[in-house]
Design a protein around this ligand. Structure first.
Ligand SMILES: Nc1ncnc2c1ncn2[C@@H]1O[C@H](COP(=O)(O)OP(=O)(O)OP(=O)(O)O)[C@@H](O)[C@H]1O
Ligand SMILES: [Mg+2]
Length: 349
């Protein structure tokens, strides 16, 4: 069932935590709310879960208005950052607890708990208490508990952020494949852009209580509409343009060709370009879209080499270039040209 959110406003005293949020979540999709601390991600998730009332706006699931439906009756699975398992109950009892509350009969609960423990590969740990399990195992139990009542919507609030890097990556894959197998509409809050890129069908980038941009990971990376999104997802070099005719952008006196600039929604005041889209040329060679610059730093990162170059036009903000594999690497202090393809430049609001 599709989830449809319209014009949600949530205020805490004078603070507007959600500022006119409108969003559609298609059935079976995996959506990430991504944004910096305090932007309203958890608040939005809590309003969807019914744990918090909105001041304005509506939420519908499959066409049914949720406003009057209490949290319990929504039948949504929720997993929070802290494991929040019942410490005095075994793994199996934790998984079955929601079913006991729903007064399922004993035999049915037993079978469902077994099925859920298998699903998260923890059948051997069924008698353990939460304190006897690792963080990753506890989070998988929390996931099994949320899935047991066969929810129509799964809501995850930073479920992986307390785990160490390796476990986090494994669980990413596990959650994603589970979600796809069950075709379960899922919303996950995260402030980790890599997590969002790796897991989501759709990313909702939030900033100060409002939605900044919605799109697939590829679309957001390739075509961010604002400097905020560009900066939050991946690295983006921002070129502040000369105060000349906006239709003919130039940077430090170098005219820049920008593909499809006529389609841009905004006047071009700043352009963005991803570090891996820039190549290097001889300083003297000149040529189209080539910025003269001096190498200020080099960082070897194994698969890539990251180069910081100070352009003559914008000395306060070095431009980052990422070279892949075994490309020839320049030396600090070297003069060179930064070559930027017209197709790689983005007009940013
Ligand atoms: N119960 C509350 N009472 C008052 N203010 C609140 C309450 N809950 C959240 N806020 C405020 O609303 C804003 C959004 O908070 P929210 O928890 O949704 O942010 P978030 O995006 O989840 O951040 P984080 O990444 O740090 O978890 C913050 O400014 C926060 O202080
Ligand atoms: Mg939060």
């Amino acid at each position: 069932m599709d989830l449809s959110i319209r014009n949600l406003v949530k205020r805490f005293d004078r603070l507007t935590a959600l500022d006119n949020v409108t969003l559609d979540v298609a059935h079976g999709s995996f959506v990430c709310f991504l944004g910096p601390s305090g932007c309203g991600k958890t608040t939005l998730l809590r309003v969807i879960a019914g744990l918090e009332d909105a001041n304005e706006g509506t939420i519908q699931l499959g066409g049914e208005d949720l406003t009057a439906v209490p949290t319990r009756a929504r039948n949504f699975g929720v997993v929070f950052q802290s494991y929040s398992l019942f410490p005095n109950m075994s793994a199996a009892r934790n998984v079955g607890y929601g079913l006991e509350c729903r007064r399922w009969d004993k035999a049915k609960i037993g079978a469902r708990v077994d099925e859920m423990l298998d699903l998260v590969h923890l059948a051997d740990h069924r008698t353990k208490l939460p304190a006897q399990m690792s963080g990753g195992q506890q989070q998988r139990i929390a996931l099994a508990r949320a899935l047991a009542p066969d929810p129509s919507l799964l809501l995850l609030d930073e479920p992986l952020s307390a785990l160490d890097a390796k476990v986090r990556e494994d669980l990413r894959v596990e959650i994603r494949s589970l979600q796809q197998r069950l075709n379960l509409t899922t919303i996950m809050v995260t402030h980790d852009q890599e997590e969002a890129l790796a897991m989501a069908d759709v990313i909702v980038v939030m900033n100060k209580g409002a939605i900044e941009q919605i799109g697939s990971p590829r679309a957001l990376y390739a075509d961010p509409k604002t400097a905020f999104v560009a900066d939050f997802i991946g690295r983006m070099n921002i070129l502040r343009l000369d105060e000349s005719d906006r239709g003919n952008p130039s940077f430090g006196g170098v005219a820049l060709k920008v593909a499809n600039i006529e389609n841009a929604a905004n006047d071009a005041r700043a352009l963005g370009v991803r570090p891996e889209m820039i190549s290097l040329s001889d300083a003297e060679a000149g040529g189209e879209n080539t910025l003269p610059a001096t190498v200020s730093g080099i960082t070897y990162l194994g698969n890539i080499t990251r180069i910081e170059a100070v352009s003559d036009a914008q000395p306060d903000t070095p431009i980052t270039v990422e070279l892949h594999g075994a490309s020839a690497v320049p030396k600090p202090g070297e003069r060179l040209g930064l070559v930027i393809p017209a197709e790689a430049l983005r007009v940013l609001a």
